[in-house]
Design a protein around this ligand. Structure first.
Ligand code: APR
Ligand code: PHB
Length: 391
């Protein structure tokens, strides 16, 4: 097979890249290890920045997002027994977030690609990116029991944090930066209407808690738990009881519970691999960087990367100019580190650290009260949360 851009991974990064390239008349083939059903059902995050919404709507894959997405103009920080709203409409006018599950974005992109005659090969295995240091990279893989070869001009490694593309880059060519947090998130999807109109980030001495949602009938909750927590130790009753203790801290406010549809423990880590390009291989999304979910940035950063890569490839195919391609890594890394800082800051602000001698807790409290009482501090949080227009 031959194509212009060989894309490994049908997550938000790979699918959005294939879609954006198509709009520039650039061909691509997407290779995905899992089945279509699996990637369309995989529950992950669900907060879209203004910029991500603008890209999806502006490129014709936002109809369902506009119909079913929940637009929020603020979030609540809950601590000290009181709610503290961060009002986007006042602090960052014209910019909001939209609650729309990642798997819904994936569904919309797959439908749009296939409707436009796009090629997505699901259930491929043994993917091997090769000759990535040359101008004629190749991806070999197995599909339908046949070993196949995809010749391309460039490879886009959109295969997530455990993919094969970053691993194909020779040792020593990458510098890796990482942070492991001494805790994890226990995430629950429940069939119950949300108990609040906006997201609640709750700071408590027993650990962090988050009230989020997917729709008027589906809620999403997260609890800070130990790093290697066993989900089997969290029967539903225990989950709801602990969530109540951490979040029902405002007089008169009650949490509604309901049938638990999914329960999963997600470790918390920060990771960046630099540079995001090696020869004809370009990394995008989780293949190059991971953020803890506290800032709801993972999907949005992936969308940003592929927007930059599309512009660079379009210029290259249009007039052979390589300037934007040569700048790809630096351009993305400026935003990656801004988002890394914001996600680390939100995580250290809102979670409890076992080794705290109390000094850390006092600092957290002071920062929380500062953000809740200073428009300058609140605006900084708000503009990072809705997504900085420029970095
Ligand atoms: N061969 C083919 N496909 C692969 C391989 C492989 N060897 N390894 C991984 N994949 C596929 C995975 O099955 C997955 O569908 O690559 C895809 C990577 O998708 P994501 O992990 O969703 O990563 P990305 O598209 O970068 O999206 C990043 O979305 O999932 C959220 O919060 C998450 O921040 C993350 C963001
Ligand atoms: C989610 O809805 O899954 C969600 C929301 C906000 C976060 C992380 C996850 O910070």
């Amino acid at each position: 097979m031959r194509t212009q851009v060989g894309i490994v991974g049908a997550g938000p990064a790979g699918l959005l890249l294939s879609h954006l390239l198509h709009l520039h008349g650039i061909g691509s083939v997407v290779l995905e290890a899992h089945s279509r059903d699996y990637v369309e059902k995989r529950v992950r995050a669900g907060v879209l920045e203004q910029g991500t919404v603008n890209t999806l709507v502006g490129t014709g894959v936002g109809d369902r997002l506009l119909r079913e997405g929940l637009v929020h103009h603020g979030i609540e920080l809950r601590f000290g027994g009181r709610p503290h709203r961060i009002a986007f409409e006042r602090l960052v006018p014209g910019r909001a977030i939209t609650i729309y599950g990642q798997q819904e974005v994936v569904k919309d992109l797959i439908a749009a690609r296939l409707a436009a005659g796009g090629q997505i090969l699901f259930e491929v295995s043994d993917v091997v990116p090769d000759d990535i240091a040359t101008a004629c990279p190749v991806i070999s893989f197995t599909h339908d029991g046949h070993r196949r070869r995809l010749d391309c001009d460039v490879i886009a490694g959109c295969d997530g944090s455990h993919g094969v593309c970053r691993a194909a880059i020779p040792d020593g060519a990458l510098t890796v930066f990482a942070r492991e947090y001494p805790f994890a998130w226990l995430g629950v999807l429940a069939e119950v209407p949300p108990s609040a109109d906006e997201l609640i980030y709750a700071h408590s001495d027993r650990g962090f808690a988050l009230h989020s949602m997917r729709s008027p009938s589906l809620s999403r909750f997260y609890l800070q738990v130990d790093r290697d927590e066993d989900v089997a130790k969290w029967p539903d009753e225990r989950f709801w009881a602990e969530l109540r203790v951490r979040i029902e801290t405002v007089p008169g406010w009650r949490l509604r519970d309901g049938p638990v549809l999914e329960k999963i423990v997600t470790p918390m880590r920060s990771f960046v691999a630099e540079p995001m390009r090696y020869g004809s291989l370009y990394l995008a999304g989780d293949a190059a960087h991971i953020v803890p979910p506290t800032g709801a940035k993972g999907l949005n950063l992936a969308a940003f990367d592929v927007g930059v890569l599309t512009e660079a490839l379009a210029a290259w195919y249009a007039d052979g100019s390589t300037g934007l391609l040569d700048e790809y890594s630096a351009t993305c890394l400026r935003r990656v580190w801004r988002v890394q800082h914001f996600s680390w800051w939100m995580t250290t602000l809102l979670h409890t650290f076992g080794d705290d001698d109390g000094y850390g807790r006092r600092l957290q409290r002071s920062q929380l009260e500062y953000v809740a009482s200073s428009d300058a501090a609140a605006a900084s949080l708000a503009e990072n949360y809705v997504g900085l227009a420029r970095v």
